[in-house]
Ligand binder design. Structure first.
Ligand code: J2J
Length: 536
């Protein structure tokens, strides 16, 4: 049983292998190559695991899952936060050829249902610490609704679903059964712009290459001590180079539950962290903390700060070397593949003012005008890309894929960019119907569909509004039958089981939504109105 996905054409696959990008190794090789190392791989609070222990724990879980009848070619829905079990589980599943969707810890009922409906998982791994799984009410409904589920393991459970028991039960004659390296290893989550959250099939070959290449550019090595403060399941702290880059290099990953300064600064000092990855709003909060506390002394070991996920302003960028006292690297990436980095030895002007350049010599990136013609350097247009680690289609989404790709397999990310004469990219805006709330992506259509379920709502449009800290927040413009308050709308959405960051920050009611000449909702007009109006 293999998971269907859109493959790269044969001639591309051959070229990527000839150039050594695709190594035909399973992703689990990142860990198993260090199986005998006593070096500390991951620190989660007081819990430290060496590479040998991490590998053994994932062998144990893999073996336990096999004995429960979970086998190669199946899928799993996993929801774990920034805890060591996240990596134990990921490697265990890779070893037995089970492809997970790693839901974010902020995801709720609506997102988990959407993912389970798409992948029909045999296995669910979640956490009793998540409100949904604190008791068995939701679990029972979820298992009843998703009839493919045969096994459930929960972190923090000490009964029949105990994950800890499966992790600690010694593996007995474990034989790894990873999927072939050119098949799906796991699914990444798309930031999305459509009604249902889309899944991105990632193969062992393409993902491992993105990690290997990221390590070369970011110079991760055995001395790397990386703080993972963004959600561990996100593509950025997972692979750019992220925790998997650190493991590949035999460095050390320290986990933080969130990127707050109060939590991260002491961890950086205690564990002598030398690199971490943030989104721009977290950088603002760090700078604010340094100003308030009058010192950056706790950050003395930090050499490199990666910033990405959303546009970093030049003003904020300039304060990183000055106030934090470390080097900045801009990262412009996407879970669909393409990752751009400023290089460590780039001129300072490039590092401050651009989002870097593609990491692979075989990333093909060009800028399209509205008719699909190539634009010359310096002109703003749509980002088009294909390459050795950029996917060829969303999972089971032929219709959406038909519009997201051109006839030559180039993916249109929905970003508006310019590329300069030297190949450096600046992100200028966005065409996709998405809100980037401080790096957290909200698909407008997903929330609009939920808003339309409200009995008072006739029309709904979710648009971005500028925010000094987050960059963007969301505003819901509604046409209603009966008056509604913002709090009611937010409560209603919460009841629909959607992640908290997707709730509109502001709600406005209108007589009618403005329309474009072709009759679509004129979101540009709505955004302009918001920009002109006083803050709520
Ligand atoms: C402006 N917009 C950016 C940047 C991403 C590394 C880093 C980030 C992601 C990520 C990732 C941006 N400036 N520096 O997966 O491996 C916006 C763009 C892009 C979208 C992708 C990685 N960095 N963005 O953020 O899949 O709009 O991945 O298309 O969550 O974030 O979002 P996502």
């Amino acid at each position: 049983m293999t998971i269907p996905f859109n493959r790269w054409p044969e001639d591309f696959a051959r070229r990527y292998r000839e150039k050594g990008y695709w190594q035909d190794l399973p992703l689990s090789d990142i860990l198993t190559r260090h199986a005998h190392s006593e070096t500390v791989a991951v620190i989660d609070g007081e819990w430290e695991l060496s590479y040998r222990q991490l590998n053994a724990a994932s062998d144990n879980l893999a073996c336990a899952l096999q004995s429960m009848g979970i086998h190669r070619g199946e899928t799993a829905l996993v929801q774990l936060g920034n805890v060591a079990e996240f990596y134990i589980t990921l490697f265990a599943l890779l070893k037995i050829g089970v492809a997970p969707v790693n839901a974010l810890f902020s995801h709720q009922r609506s997102e988990l249902n959407a993912y389970a409906t798409q992948i029909e998982p045999a296995l669910l791994i979640a956490d009793r610490e998540h409100a949904l799984f604190a008791n068995d009410d939701f679990l029972n409904t979820f298992v009843a609704e998703h009839t493919s589920l045969r096994v459930t393991l929960l972190r923090g459970d000490n009964g029949e679903h105990a994950l800890a028991e499966a992790v600690s039960r010694p593996a007995d004659n474990f034989i790894a059964t990873p999927t072939p390296a050119d098949e799906v290893a796991f699914f990444q989550l798309s930031g999305g712009s459509t009604g249902t959250p889309k899944l991105i099939p990632r193969t062992h070959n393409d993902y491992l290459y993105s990690i290997v290449r990221s390590n070369e550019i970011c110079e991760f090595n055995a001395q790397t001590r990386y703080l993972c403060a963004l959600p561990a399941a996100h593509n950025y702290p997972m692979s750019s180079p992220g925790a998997l880059g650190v493991f590949l290099a035999e460095g050390c990953v320290v986990l933080a539950a969130d990127p707050s300064a109060t939590l991260c600064f002491p961890l950086i000092e205690k564990h002598q962290i030398n690199v971490t990855a943030l989104v721009p709003p977290a950088v603002s909060l760090w700078l604010q903390a340094i100003t308030e506390w009058g010192s950056n002394a706790q950050l003395a070991s930090l050499k490199l700060l990666q910033v990405g996920g959303a546009r970093l302003s030049a003003t904020l960028a300039a304060r990183i070397p000055a106030d934090i006292g470390c080097q900045l690297q801009q990262v412009f990436g996407m879970a669909e593949g393409l990752v751009n980095y400023t290089r460590l030895d780039d001129p300072i002007e490039r590092i401050m003012n651009t989002q870097g350049r593609p990491m692979s010599p075989d990333d093909e990136v060009w800028v399209a005008d509205e008719h699909g013609n190539v634009l010359p350097p310096g002109h703003v247009g749509r980002l088009m890309t294909r390459g050795p680690y950029t996917f060829r289609g969303y999972f089971k989404s032929p219709e959406h894929n038909a519009s997201a790709f051109d006839e030559n397999g180039f993916y249109c990310s929905g970003d508006l960019i310019a590329i300069d004469e030297q190949g450096y990219i600046t992100v200028q805006g966005r065409e996709k119907d998405q809100i980037n709330r401080g790096g957290e992506k909200i698909a407008a259509e997903e929330i609009e569909n939920l808003l339309l379920r409200h009995t008072s709502v006739i029309h709904a449009a979710l648009v971005s509004m500028e925010d000094s800290l987050l960059g963007e927040k969301s505003c819901a413009y509604l046409v209603v039958k009966a008056p509604v308050r913002a709090v009611d709308i937010r409560r209603f959405l919460r009841e629909q089981g959607v992640a908290e960051f997707k709730l509109p920050d502001r709600v406005e009611c209108l007589e009618a939504l403005p329309l474009t000449p072709v009759g679509k909702v004129d979101k540009k007009q709505l955004r302009q109105w918001l920009a002109q109006r006083a803050p709520a």
